[in-house]
Design a protein around this ligand. Structure first.
Ligand code: FAD
Length: 445
C-alpha cells in the first residue's frame, strides 16, 4: 500500500506532486482522466493572463527555493531576462500552461488518461479503481487527495439545448472548440450571438468574439449582444487590503466562524473572486471606442440587469434559439432569436462521483456540506486511521464553504499543498506560518 493517491491533476495536485519531491519517503501516484496536462484549454484565448501574480506558481509561495518555480522555468528556457524587461507580473495563461507542462515532464508517478471510477475504504486506507486505456486496475493507498476541480454550470433550461446543439449553445468552458463562425453564418440576416454573464470568462469571450467579428472589408460576420443579470459590468475587487482575504490568516478566521455566518459571507463576497479584471474591462472599452470612431456602428450591445429567463430551440433551417430576456428594474420582457448562445455562468465545486461509495461515511454540516477540517481533511466516520499521517481524505479546491474564497485561488495552492505534505509526513517539511499579512481578521480569542 502506497502513502498517497491524488485524484485529478490540475494545478493543485500538480503543486502537491512537485512539493512531495522533497519527501521521497512518501510514496505517491496521481491519476488524471485527460490525456495530458492542458489547463482550461478552451479558455486559453489571445491576450488572456493569470489574474494573480506569477508567484502564484506551483511552489514559490511555500518554497521559493524549489526547482519547480516559474522563475526557474524561465531560466531553463532562457527567458528570464525577457521576462525581467517585460515587467509584468500577470503572465499569459498560455505560458502558465506551458510552465505546468514543464513541471509534469520532470515528475514521476503522474498517470494520464487514467480516470478514477471508484474509491472505497479498506483496512488501513483506501482502494481506488482506475480506468486507463479501457483497462480497470485497482491501487491502494493510506491517504487520498481529491483535487478534481469544479464543473461548468449551465442554467437548467440551457442544458438540453447545449446537448442537442453544442455549436449553438455552450458554456464558456467549451468556447474554443465549440464556437464556429461558419456554423452560425446566415444568408437572410446578420447572425446574432448572445453572451450571458459578467465574470472574467464572459468578458474574455466577448473580447475574443469582438476581435474576429469583422471580415477583411470591415463587414460584420455576426452581431454580439452581451447581457448580465448583475446590476452592472463590475470589476473584481483588487485592492491590496481586499487581496489579503486570500491568505492563511483569513482562512483561519473564516474556518472558525459558524456555518450559517460562513454561508451568508460567501454570498456577499462575489466581487472578491467573480467579477472581471479592470484590465479586461479597460481593454474592451478601448476596442469599443476605437471601432466607434466617426460614430461607426460597433455591432455589439451591452446590457446589465437583464436576466435570461427561458430559451427554446427552433429546429427549423437554419436553427435558431429563441431567448426570453427580462430587464429586472423595468420589469420588461423581450423575446428574440439568436444563432448562438454562450453562457459564462460559472463553475461549481463538488466532490467527484468516484467518491460516492464513501459519501455515507463523510460527515456533513447543518447545510448538508461536507465538513472540511482546517488541515483540509474530510471527517470520515469509521475512518481507517492507522497511524500518524495515514487514513485521511484531503480535499483541494472543494472547501469554499468551510475555508472561504481562497479555496480556488492559485495564490493559496502551494500553501495548501504544503500543509498536506506536512500532514502526510507527520512533521513540518514546509513552513506554513510564514505567509503573514498586515490586517487582522477578527479579535483574538
Ligand atoms: C478559465 C479559468 C481561468 C482561471 N484563472 C485563474 C487565475 O488566473 N487565478 C486564479 O487564482 N484562479 C483561476 N482560476 C480558478 C482556479 O484556479 C482554476 O480553476 C484551477 O484550475 C483549479 O485547479 P484544480 O487543480 O482544482 O482543478 P482543475 O484545473 O479543474 O483540475 C482538475 C482535474 O481533475 C481531473 N479529474 C476530475 N475527475 C477525475 C477523475 N474521476 N479521475 C481522474 N481525473 C479527474 C480533471 O480532468 C481535471 O484535469 C481559473 C479558472 C478558470 C475556469
Amino acid at each position: 500500500m502506497i502513502d498517497v493517491i491524488g485524484i485529478g491533476l490540475g494545478p493543485f495536485n500538480l503543486s502537491l506532486a512537485a512539493l512531495l519531491t522533497k519527501t521521497p519517503a512518501i510514496s505517491s501516484q496521481f491519476f488524471e482522466q485527460k490525456p495530458c496536462f492542458n489547463w482550461h484549454k478552451n479558455m486559453i484565448l489571445p491576450h488572456t493572463t493569470l489574474q494573480v501574480p506569477f508567484l502564484a506558481d506551483l511552489v514559490s509561495l511555500i518554497d521559493p527555493t524549489s526547482p519547480f518555480s516559474f522563475l526557474n522555468y524561465l531560466h531553463c528556457h532562457q527567458r528570464l531576462l525577457k521576462f525581467y524587461f517585460l515587467e509584468d507580473f500577470e503572465i499569459f495563461r498560455q505560458e502558465y500552461n506551458h510552465y505546468c507542462q514543464w513541471v509534469v515532464g520532470q515528475l514521476s508517478g503522474l498517470n494520464f488518461s487514467a480516470m478514477v471510477t471508484e474509491t472505497k475504504a479498506i483496512d488501513g486506507g483506501y482502494q481506488v479503481t482506475v480506468c486507463q486505456n479501457q483497462k480497470m486496475q485497482t491501487f491502494t493507498a493510506k491517504n487520498l487527495v481529491i483535487a478534481t476541480g469544479s464543473t461548468p454550470v449551465l442554467p437548467p433550461f440551457l442544458q438540453d439545448i447545449a446537448t442537442k446543439a453544442p455549436k449553438r449553445c455552450m458554456h464558456t468552458a467549451n468556447y474554443a472548440t465549440h464556437f464556429d463562425v461558419d456554423t452560425i453564418a446566415r444568408n437572410d440576416r446578420l447572425a446574432k450571438v448572445l453572451i450571458i454573464g459578467s465574470g472574467q470568462s464572459a468578458a474574455e469571450v466577448f473580447r475574443a468574439l469582438f476581435e474576429q467579428q469583422l471580415d477583411e472589408a470591415g463587414k460584420p460576420k455576426f452581431a454580439i449582444d452581451w447581457r448580465t443579470r448583475s446590476s452592472g459590468f463590475f470589476p473584481m475587487e483588487y485592492s491590496k487590503l481586499g487581496l489579503e482575504h486570500f491568505s492563511p490568516a483569513y482562512t483561519d478566521y473564516f474556518h472558525s466562524l459558524p456555518t450559517s455566518t460562513k454561508s451568508q459571507l460567501i454570498a456577499r463576497q462575489d466581487l472578491l473572486h467573480k467579477g472581471m479584471s479592470v484590465v479586461t474591462i479597460s481593454d474592451i472599452y478601448q476596442k469599443l471606442y476605437e471601432r466607434s470612431v466617426g460614430n461607426q456602428p460597433t455591432f455589439a450591445t451591452l446590457m446589465a440587469n437583464c436576466a435570461l429567463k427561458a430559451v427554446k430551440l427552433n429546429e427549423d433551417q437554419p436553427t435558431t434559439i429563441n431567448v426570453t430576456l427580462h430587464q429586472q428594474e423595468q420589469n420588461q420582457t423581450i423575446h428574440c432569436d439568436y444563432d448562438c448562445v454562450i453562457a459564462g455562468t460559472g463553475y461549481q465545486e463538488g466532490l467527484p462521483d468516484c467518491l460516492s461509495p464513501l459519501l455515507f461515511d463523510i460527515e456533513c454540516d447543518d447545510l448538508g456540506q461536507p465538513v472540511v477540517n482546517r488541515n483540509y481533511t474530510l471527517n470520515v466516520l469509521n475512518d481507517p486511521k492507522t497511524a500518524v499521517g495515514s487514513g485521511h481524505i484531503f480535499v483541494q479546491n472543494q472547501e469554499t464553504h468551510s475555508h472561504g474564497v481562497g479555496s480556488g485561488d492559485l495564490g493559496l495552492g502551494a500553501y495548501r499543498a504544503g500543509c498536506v505534505v506536512n500532514q502526510l509526513a507527520g512533521r513540518a517539511i514546509y513552513d506554513t506560518k510564514g505567509l503573514d499579512i498586515f490586517q487582522q481578521f477578527g479579535m483574538a480569542k
